[in-house]
Design a binder for this molecule. Structure first.
Ligand SMILES: *Cc1c(COP(=O)(O)O)cnc(C)c1O
Length: 384
């Protein structure tokens, strides 16, 4: 089977997963082992110790590479562990330019951990790619992009950033968690590295925390493999299995997330008690054309502000929702509602938060794959 020629909907099911050699098991077995028998000192098959490599994790890593059209995949204990590994490529004094309205946990890792180790971060509004160029210095090493952004749903032109990063010989990384490879494949648009919180759409069932990196270049992959093994933030075989299983239905889930997301975004936009809806599928969304160019659909993530922009109203709506569960995270089959200012973005100072639009009245929806009429009915009664 020549894997890289397969279509996406086939790769999600077969990528990296041939039937197991021992007994022909069709599903990748969960190799729940830390170590492997050696025939003679230092002589072993490719597995010696499960921090270095584990067959279930290997299958997942190959699957991740396959669905992102990459050469090499690496799986980590969480999305943040994956980002942590990327930052360890750099040295004190190196500068990194990152998207301004970044996932709160990434911002915290950058500011509260890696700044202490001498890395310098610049946070930039990347909707105009020219803003990035003004921050580039001889010490700049990495451009870190999140698109669509969380929770403001801004879209950044990946091809334009790629041209810029190549011109200045910078590493270009994309956190592709929100879009998933079903909607957007950054390596094909010129990125050097793709990162995922597989906790979200890839896992898809809110039952596992896991992170991923995918790259094309061998030397970069080798450096990251070294960090993965030396720092040791790997995922276990059971978690690897759960994400492998999740990926098998990514395409059908994403299709429904997009359909339900579109229905709900348009419903909210017309609702008299709603002030503003953020969703890249609207033709008047400021980056709609770029979204259309680089994404296959607009996804199921929507943010909105109730009429009058009062926190008390937002709080009441959130509390009154029943089918939508108030919870952290996103990308699972069930619909979730979140309050970014106190939840995902609680670790960002209020002033910085509000500058990018994360006001106290902002509500974020992760639209699941339930019957959309039940979701609308739930919103209708909560808004009433
Ligand atoms: C959740 C998330 C992360 C962090 O991933 P974990 O698996 O929770 O560590 C990073 N980026 C984005 C966009 C996320 O939504």
């Amino acid at each position: 089977m020549e894997e890289n020629k397969l279509k996406f909907n086939t790769k999600v099911i077969h990528g990296g997963q041939a039937p197991d050699k021992a007994y022909g098991a069709v599903m990748t077995p969960i190799y729940q082992t830390s170590t492997y028998a050696q025939s003679s000192p230092g002589e072993h098959s490719r597995y010696a110790y499960s921090r270095s490599a584990n067959p279930t994790r290997t299958a997942l890593e190959k699957s991740l590479a396959s669905i992102e059209n990459g050469m090499f995949g690496l799986a980590f204990a969480s999305g943040l562990a994956a980002i942590d590994a990327v930052l360890k490529l750099f040295n004190p004094g190196d500068e990194i330019i990152a998207t301004e309205d970044l996932y709160g946990g990434s911002y915290r890792l950058f500011k509260r951990i890696f700044e202490n180790y001498g890395l310098v971060f610049h946070f930039v509004n990347m909707q105009n790619v020219k803003h990035i160029e003004t921050q580039i210095t001889p010490k700049t090493k990495l451009i870190w992009v999140e698109t669509p952004t969380n929770p403001m749903m801004n879209i950044i032109d990946l091809e334009a950033v790629s041209i810029l990063s190549k011109k200045h010989q910078l590493l270009f990384a994309v956190d592709n968690t929100f879009a998933s490879p079903y909607l957007q494949q950054p390596l094909d648009l010129g990125a050097d590295l793709v990162m995922h919180s597989a906790t979200k759409y890839l896992g898809g069932h809110s039952d596992v925390v896991l992170g991923a990196l995918i790259v094309n270049e061998k030397t970069l992959a080798d450096k990251l493999y070294f960090i993965q093994n030396a720092s040791g933030a790997v995922c276990g075989p059971m978690d690897s299995f759960l994400v492998l299983r999740g990926i098998k239905t990514l395409h059908v889930r994403m299709q429904r997330h997009c359909e339900n997301g579109a229905t709900i975004a348009h419903y909210l936009a017309k609702h008299p008690k709603v002030e503003k809806v953020y969703w890249p599928g609207f033709v008047d969304h400021p980056n709609h054309d770029i979204a259309k160019k680089q994404m296959k659909g607009f996804g199921g993530m929507i943010s909105f502000i109730p009429k009058g922009s009062r926190y008390t109203d937002a709080k009441k709506i959130i509390e009154n929702l029943n089918v939508f569960t108030l919870a952290e995270s996103l990308g699972g089959v069930e619909s979730l509602v979140g309050h970014p200012a106190s939840m995902t973005h609680g670790s960002i100072p209020k002033e910085d938060r509000e500058k990018v639009g994360v006001v106290d009245a902002l509500i974020r929806l992760s639209v699941g794959i339930e019957d959309v009429s039940d979701l609308i009915a739930d919103l209708e009664q909560a808004l009433a």
